[in-house]
Design a protein around this ligand. Structure first.
Ligand code: NCC
Length: 274
């Protein structure tokens, strides 16, 4: 069939990828009283003009993009990616952090003690199976995010902390599959892709750094660690390559920006005339 235009693809995303968090209105969370555990202010109440999404890719090293990144109204980072010691390349502002359930559950991340997870809006996700209902997921998450979530909500009720709804993640996966001839693996999208779509829904314009790699592309995985694995950039578990092809098709920024900065510019959902 006819290839869909960048605007059509963005509108598909906007329509089907409604950002949704666990809000205590569905079982088993309803009976557990989560309606009063989750933050009373919904995530969607935030609105920003210019936002930056900073991937954890090692390609951002020696970019000198820190000041440009910090000039945005909100900055999104992932998992255990630090700013301290890397300010010149990644900036120092963090507004929102998306983490996977390993960060909450695995002791080496020191979720309760690390300053990485303080003074930011936190969002956590866990790979529920495609068709799993919430009760099955609650009984058997990939990593136990639920007890850590409850504990932190009770200890730090002032921190905006949300669990991303599996429906939102799988809605994103459907759009990635729609854009792909091959059948992709039924694993949830990466934190990176999820974060990009989240910011498209909260912001008027989104600058994404080093998701589509610049000339600095490298087999090294993260800017803050030394190990090498090309799967970090191209994907193994996550449908990362297909996520990147989709983002490439909705990029409204210039080619030179991509090559030199690994920068993609995306229009926020509110600005689209679908
Ligand atoms: O590596 P990770 O992702 O934390 O990276 C965040 C997002 O940045 C993009 N990325 C990263 C490296 C790279 N070279 N290129 C990239 O494009 C990706 O979009 C990625 O999502 C995750 O998605 O949550 C992931 O988390 C890690 C790990 O669990 C956390 O870092 C915590 O230690 C996963 N690695 C492992 O589990 C070993 C990774 O697969 C996905």
């Amino acid at each position: 069939g006819q290839r869909r235009s960048a605007l059509q693809l963005s509108c598909d995303l906007k329509r089907s990828a409604r950002v949704q968090t666990v809000d205590g209105t569905e079982e088993p969370f309803l009976s557990l009283g989560w309606a009063s555990l989750v933050p009373s202010k919904g995530l969607q109440a935030s609105e920003f003009q210019r936002c930056a999404v900073v991937m954890s890719s090692a390609a951002v090293l020696n970019s000198g993009l820190g000041a440009e990144i910090d000039s945005h109204d909100a900055v999104l980072r992932f998992n255990a990616a630090p700013t301290s010691g890397f300010e010149r390349d990644v900036g120092s502002k963090t507004t929102i952090r998306i983490i996977n359930s390993q960060i909450v559950a695995r002791p080496e991340h020191a979720f309760n003690h690390s300053s990485l997870y303080r003074n930011v809006t936190l969002l956590v996700w866990d790979p529920a199976r495609y068709s799993a209902n919430l009760s099955e997921w609650f009984k058997q998450p990939d990593f136990d995010l639920f007890s850590g979530y409850v504990e932190r909500r009770l200890r730090h009720p002032e921190q905006p902390f949300y669990i991303l709804h599996p429906k939102f993640l799988w809605g994103l996966w459907d759009r990635i599959q729609d854009n792909t001839e091959e059948r992709i693996q039924p694993n949830p999208p990466s934190s990176g892709f999820t974060g990009i779509v989240l910011m498209m829904s909260l912001c008027h314009e989104v600058s994404v750094y080093e998701f589509l790699p610049s000339v600095r592309r490298t087999d090294r995985c993260h800017y803050y660690e030394y190990y090498q694995d090309a799967a970090c950039t191209l994907g193994a578990y996550h449908p990362l390559l297909y996520e990147k092809l989709l983002i490439q098709r909705i990029n409204v920024g210039g080619r030179d920006q991509l090559t030199a900065k690994g920068k993609v510019t995306l229009s926020g959902f509110r600005t689209l005339r679908c």
